[in-house]
Design a protein. Structure first.
Lengths: 198, 198
DNA sequence: CGGTTGACATACGCGGCGTATGTCCCGAGA
DNA sequence: TCTCGGGACATACGCCGCGTATGTCAACCG
């Protein structure tokens, strides 16, 4: 598969733009981020941007795709570290809360993303986060650990709770202390899905 | 307290602007809503707007304050209709989900609001929604119905779950059917807070 | 009744997005 | 090797929207 030099440079250009965009969007927010400054930061101009991504929203979509994949991977890793499927589910949720402490994820994935692109479930990458959580819950239902419930519904609520918790933690004065409370509350809530209390 | 004619007109002007803003923000979103069109719709100009609200964000703050108060009132009404405190808590959550089905609330309170003004807990009206939920949970803890947990943390997660559920429902093809699933999942999750299962 | 204040309208400048147009270089074919 | 077409990116332009500075007119006050 001879990926000629042209295609190679193209990918490099896209990568540079996405890198600069992640930085700018995270620091200034989507609305306040200037395309001129952003592309200059990447050593390019707006021409490259509109050629590769169509428009400003297209760039945001690309950025979100990338971060979403990273988050899903992080969640998967957390789940794999656990001993039981249920523990894995909990760890996955905790991982989301902790990941969402990073300003970049907060600003881009939780605040600007939904506002600009609408409902996360209909995002380009189909939102890997939601899909993995849904699959996890579905497995737990089939395993008879979790009550028979609509897996997607549960995933939505659990994710929403986790991400909202993260927003709260990050905005607080003492994030570390508040994080503990958030995780505890999350465990309690999640336990409501159990068939019988452990 | 002689509210002179001036003050009276002032209030009327603010009300007209807020009314037009709710409509415009809900239909076009905050970013795409033009101040020129918005104020013209209200029979005024941008002069009135910047005089009364400072800037575009100021107008959004005022709009959010109003809607937040309405939502808190709706939640209170739902809670009061229930027979037990716990049922009241559940009904409050369900009410949030149902209210969030309105496009106006989705767009303004759930999408643009957080993106433009940041964390809801630090909003002007201090977010009546969150405060009422926190108080409700605190009461349930003291009543020994709910496990000893940080009330604010629980309120945050529950609210987050409810509002996220609403986003999901509203974006779905068959909102009515999905709403049922969402409410069921919400009840399960919330039951995780109970000291012992009912 | 003249002066002052405040509510609102009008006028202007700056900046940002998107697009139309231009330029250059790579790669294919004769 | 020379040519030439197309793609990747840069440059130039127009439009729109926000915020502010300035203007105007009506309501209070002495």
């Amino acid at each position: 598969m001879a990926t000629g030099r042209r295609a190679k440079m193209m990918e490099e250009t896209r990568a540079k733009l996405i890198r600069a965009a992640r930085k700018a969007f995270a620091e200034k927010g989507y609305a306040a981020a200037s395309m001129d400054e952003l592309t200059a930061e990447a050593g390019l101009t707006r021409g490259a941007l509109y050629h590769n991504f169509g428009d400003k929203k297209g760039l945001l979509r690309a950025v979100i795709d990338e971060i979403d994949a990273e988050m899903a991977e992080g969640a998967r890793a957390a789940r794999d570290r656990a001993e039981t499927p249920w523990q894995g589910f909990i760890e996955e949720g905790v991982a989301y809360i902790e990941m969402a402490l990073e300003p970049e994820i907060q600003r881009i994935m939780l605040l600007d993303g939904p506002a600009v692109l609408g409902d996360p479930a209909q995002w380009p990458g189909q939102n890997a986060c939601l899909r993995t959580t849904t699959a996890t819950i579905q497995a737990l239902i089939e395993e008879r650990t979790v009550r028979p419930v609509d897996a997607e519904a549960a995933a939505r609520l659990v994710n929403g709770a986790a991400l909202n918790a993260a927003l709260w933690v990050a905005a607080s004065d003492d994030p570390r202390a508040v994080l503990v409370k958030a995780i505890e509350a999350f465990r309690f809530l999640a336990s409501g899905l159990l068939r019988e209390r452990g």
